[in-house]
Design a protein around this ligand. Structure first.
Ligand code: ADP
Ligand code: ZN
Ligand code: ZN
Length: 747
């Protein structure tokens, strides 16, 4: 018997399927999807490999080696997942190793053979002291300490992945005696015997809602459709989409099937889970990135053993080994968090579509503001459109939206961040005991320090992007933070370039908005939510819960407050600085701006109180604002699809990207030129009208001490890009270049 295997820790040169002989004593036990030990290559290196396939004979012309042993009897991937693995490798032009890394939780991989490194605090006091003093040199170190104060310990790999940091800040913390890194060998028993800690859940809102006609029609349509089919539940915010998902889920469970329910990471709050648990008290597993490695492992094992029939999770849950899956729900399908921008740039929507198709089951997408691609597919009839036109709560209507021309405000010598209209509306709402939400699409003070003498902005020495001033202090100094790489320096007293003392602060940000709100409305309680206040586990839920419980009157935040939260007492929403989204240099800018505005407008007037939204802008005539003001998705779509077609943007053509990074700028430029040249030759042979632009420095030209060059590729479709990128990676296997590719690039 022959086993076809792929190496777990492969690089591009070894990204191949290898034939091995199955020894006599393993013939009975060997299964597809198992991890096995093999001796590999000339040096007979011991490697862990995955059995992809078993067969009787081999076509290999080499003398075959024999499999050494099983790592464990239980397969890590089932048949369905093996199919997904092959799909991911082909579609995203990645190695088997990186796909496996995504699909199998770290602990399952790690404990097979090796022990792993675990990071923990030396002591809590030391950590707190260090955070108070000037002892911690970078935001990565600060975040690592804050995180560990919260979770106590975590594997090194998970911590790095979680915080998107390299190993070096953690090593620095260890060197300074703040954390310890130790090697732990987890045994299967230790992992399995962990007592289940019941999640503390807020009181669930169990309701006995009678569906309205639109909702019922949507439920019936999905439930009564036989076999595989894709649906788009297109319903304005507050139209009761969640109720529809729950009813359909109920029906599937009754028939003995399982449901995978995917939501954006940020909407995966305890409230969301509680709402689902209220309907289905047992048989639910949750998977998301803020769980510790052990928690994730436990959930995954429960799913693998078939102990649950509902899996609720963020992006990566699309890979979960669910038994008897009959339906995949993907809520807020337009959300950019379904697209991974880490090593493997996959789209959970794509993978879900593949999975549903392959398994012959239903896929239900939902959104108030569907992505242009999805809605286009619905228009063409590939996806069945289910529409909810009305808000579900009787009496609740869409909010009134005012577009306020800020140029006029300035002309009328109003220098406040609030237009007169917004100010008055806030005042009235607060006096009636209602709540207000304010959104600004920038972080921190988003204040930059610049020199009035030489007119330079203080930039990150590593990344060359302007650094941002924060109110967080280091000793007596305010801090400047680079939001790309996280470098922190104390705000200097003089210009680093010309030594002038005349440094000025420019720009407005969420913190400033918080200050303005407190000043203008001294009796109101103001609470802020942005990435700086939500970096530790659970922070984000605490803020939202406090606001929902009316412990604050005004919620100030970045776009993260726009997503899927339900606040019945919010009657006024102010959107400041919407223009910055519209001005992004990306073909998706208009789509993003519309989605953001429509979603945040949808926050107002969800309960009994009617809502009023104010969009403050410098370009009040932009059609995007009027589409958003009327929440008119279809008109937006009609305009947008014409624009996309004219310029050959997706969904008419695919746009992909190749990124080359290097520590040295010249080397980076040179490699990028080589790669672009190679790819141009390949494209000519592929015989398609591929267009290759660049190379040129990327939008962020330098990140984490590495220079970045990008090549933009337009092709007929994503499949062409997948094939081309795989050939490109093969051609450069062994060169030591750092090349990453993306079949659906976003900038
Ligand atoms: P969406 O997900 O479309 O934004 P939700 O499902 O969150 O909307 O529903 C919004 C609100 O309307 C919720 O408070 C929900 O309980 C309520 N709701 C949903 N369907 C009905 C219904 N048929 N009758 C009354 N209230 C409903
Ligand atoms: Zn200067
Ligand atoms: Zn930087």
């Amino acid at each position: 018997m022959i086993a076809q295997v792929v190496l777990r820790d492969c690089v591009w040169q070894t990204n191949k399927i290898y034939d091995y002989l199955v020894p006599e004593q393993l013939q009975e036990k060997i299964r597809e999807g198992q991890y096995v030990r093999v001796l590999f290559g000339k040096g007979n290196r011991a490697e862990v490999a995955l059995v992809l396939n078993l067969k009787e004979t081999s076509d290999s012309k080499y003398q075959l080696k024999t499999i050494d042993s099983l790592v464990e009897e239980e397969p890590v991937l089932n048949q369905e997942q093996l199919e997904i693995l092959k799909f991911v490798v082909k579609r995203y032009a990645c190695t088997y190793g990186s796909a496996m890394h995504q699909m199998v939780p770290a602990l399952v991989t790690k404990r097979t053979g090796r022990s792993q490194l675990v990071v923990s605090l030396v002591s809590e006091e030391l950590a707190r002291e260090a955070l108070e003093s000037e002892a911690v040199g970078s935001i990565q170190q600060i975040r690592a300490l804050e995180w560990l104060l919260d979770v106590e310990e975590m594997t090194l790999a998970d911590l790095m992945q979680e915080l998107s940091i390299s190993r070096s800040p953690i090593d620095t913390l260890a060197k300074n005696g703040l954390v310890k890194i130790r090697s732990v060998k987890f045994t299967a028993e230790e992992l399995q015997n962990k007592e289940k800690t019941e999640e503390e859940l807020p009181e669930a809102i169990r309701s006995d809602i009678t569906l309205n006609d639109e909702q019922q029609a949507a439920v019936d349509e999905v439930v009564n459709t036989e076999g595989k089919k894709e649906f788009l539940l297109f319903g304005v915010t507050g139209s009761g989409k969640t109720e529809v998902y729950l009813r359909i889920t109920e029906q599937i469970l009754k028939e003995g099937g399982s449901v995978l329910y995917l939501v954006p990471e940020i909407s995966l709050t305890p409230q969301t889970v509680a709402r689902i648990r209220a309907h289905f008290p047992t048989g639910i597993a949750v998977l998301h990135s803020r769980m510790t490695a052990k928690e994730r492992y436990d959930s995954w094992k429960m799913i693998q053993r078939g102990e649950v029939n509902i899996v609720v999770g963020a992006r990566s849950a699309v890979f979960a080994p669910i038994h008897n899956l009959k339906l995949i729900i993907l809520d807020e399908e337009h959300d950019s968090s379904f697209k991974a921008d880490t090593m493997l740039r996959y789209s959970a929507r794509d993978v879900a579509r593949f999975r549903a198709n392959k398994a012959g089951i239903k896929l239900l997408l939902g959104s108030a503001t569907p992505s242009v691609e999805t809605f286009y597919a619905a228009k063409l009839g590939y996806i069945r459109l289910l529409t909810l036109k009305n808000r579900a709560v009787s009496g609740a209507v869409l909010p009134k939206v005012d577009i306020v021309d800020m140029q006029e405000e300035h002309a009328a010598t109003n220098t406040s961040m609030f237009s007169r209209k917004l100010y008055k509306a806030m005042k009235d709402a607060l006096s009636r005991g209602e709540q207000v939400m304010l959104l600004l699409n920038r972080r921190g003070f988003s204040q930059n320090v610049y020199c009035t003498s030489c007119r330079s902005m203080i930039r990150c020495p590593d990344c060359d992007v302007p650094m941002t001033l924060h109110t967080k202090t280091m000793g007596r100094h305010k801090l400047l933070i680079c939001h790309y790489c996280g470098k922190v320096i104390p705000k200097p007293d003089t210009c680093p370039y010309c030594s002038s003392e005349y440094l000025a602060v420019r720009g407005d940000g969420v913190q400033k908005l918080e200050d303005w709100s407190s000043e203008d409305f001294p009796n109101a309680r103001v609470i802020r939510m942005d990435q700086d206040t939500t970096s530790y586990r659970g922070a984000h839920e605490k803020i939202l819960t406090a606001f929902r419980n009316h412990e604050a009157d005004i919620l100030v935040g970045t776009q993260m407050i726009a997503k899927g939260h339900d606040f019945p007492k919010v009657s006024v929403v102010g959107i400041l600085g919407a223009d910055s989204v519209l001005w992004q240099s990306d073909y998706r800018a208009r789509e993003r701006a519309f989605q953001l505005l429509a979603q945040i407008s949808g926050r107002a007037g969800r309960g009994e109180v009617p809502g009023h939204v104010f969009i403050q802008t410098l370009s009040p005539d932009s059609e995007i604002y009027s589409f958003a003001a009327t929440q008119d998705y279809e008109r937006f779509f009609e305009s947008e699809i014409k624009y996309r077609e004219q310029l050959s943007y997706p969904p008419f053509k695919a746009i992909g990207g190749i990124m080359i990074t290097h520590e040295n700028e010249q080397a980076c430029a040179m490699q990028a030129n080589m790669v672009a040249g190679t790819f141009r030759e390949m494209a000519a042979n592929l015989g398609d009208d591929m267009m290759i632009l660049g190379p040129c420095p990327a939008g962020i030209p330098r990140l984490m001490n590495r220079y970045r060059y990008q090549i933009v590729v337009r092709a007929k479709n994503k499949g062409m890009l997948s094939d081309g990128f795989a050939k490109l990676q093969q051609a450069y296997a062994g060169y030591g270049y750092s090349i990453s590719t993306d079949i659906d690039a976003m900038w």
